[in-house]
Write a protein that binds this ligand. Structure first.
Ligand code: AP5
Ligand code: ZN
Ligand code: ZN
Length: 216
């Protein structure tokens, strides 16, 4: 299966991805996670991306397309993938189509994490992540066993620099202006499925499972 997850910041893409990935033997490619790793490692790419990310703006199409192009070559992606946070502009969607066309494959399903903006601030400001794995927690909705510590590795959790109410505003603006047109782009191909992303994590997971069974 080749899946795309689209939704505003905090809609649950990163929470659902690891679960779906394991159930369907897919690789999980999250451009946000890859960019944050590049920023932390201070690679040339990370240095270029940092400013836009800190402001909650999108990084350039060329940069993220090159990251995805490279990442999709991994053997673990050959059976299928979950793209989390990509494509985020219509240009990125067109580039992705070109890449997949060369391989003779196409996107099977686009999962739209539909949710009201008003819910997102609480989700974003309460989030804690384990930088090594990308696992995310929430002080209220998904607390770790020990506060501030990753359940699996025992390593410390951190907050994302862009997870403030102020930066969230810019991220939402970018979503509505630049990413919502991506949903229209795929709607024309009749491959978009809408999820009720405001529901509890487990309910969202079962919505995804039902969809993937029906539409395999
Ligand atoms: P990115 O890392 O992709 O961030 P985002 O899209 O803003 O999405 P988030 O990671 O904030 O949300 P999520 O949906 O994964 O939420 P999560 O599941 O963690 O991008 C960051 C930046 O990188 C961008 O701003 C841009 O600069 C750059 N970038 C990345 N990709 C790019 C691209 N393609 N082009 C250009 N630039 C790009 O959940 C959030 C919280 O809520 C967690 O604490 C979680 O525990 C909790 N939660 C999750 N689900 C539920 C639920 N159902 N009920 C209650 N709580 C829940
Ligand atoms: Zn995420
Ligand atoms: Zn909108």
């Amino acid at each position: 299966k080749r899946l795309i997850l689209v939704g505003p910041p905090g809609s649950g893409k990163g929470t659902q991805s690891p679960i779906i990935k394991d159930e369907y033997c897919l690789c999980h490619l999250a451009t946000g996670d890859m960019l944050r790793a590049a920023v932390a490692a201070k690679t040339p790419l990370g240095i270029k991306a940092k400013e836009a990310m800190d402001k909650g703006e999108l990084v350039s199409d060329d940069l993220v397309v090159s990251i995805i192009d490279e990442a999709m070559k991994k053997p673990s992606c050959h059976k299928g993938f979950i793209l989390d946070g990509f494509p985020r502009t219509v240009v990125q969607a067109q580039k992705l189509d070109e890449m997949l066309e060369k391989q003779g494959v196409k996107v099977d399903k686009v999962l739209n994490f539909a949710i009201d903006d008003a819910i997102l601030e609480e989700r974003i400001t309460g989030r804690w992540i384990h930088p090594g794995s990308g696992r995310s927690y929430h002080t209220k909705f998904a607390p770790p066993k020990v506060p501030g510590v990753d359940d699996v590795t025992g390593e410390p959790l951190i907050q994302r620099k862009d997870d403030t109410a102020a930066v969230l505003k810019s991220r939402l603006e970018a979503f509505h202006k630049q990413t919502e047109p991506v949903i229209d782009y795929y709607s024309k191909k009749s491959i978009v499925a809408h999820l009720h992303a405001e529901k509890a994590p487990k309910e969202v997971t079962s919505e995804v499972e039902k969809l993937l069974l029906i539409c395999s």
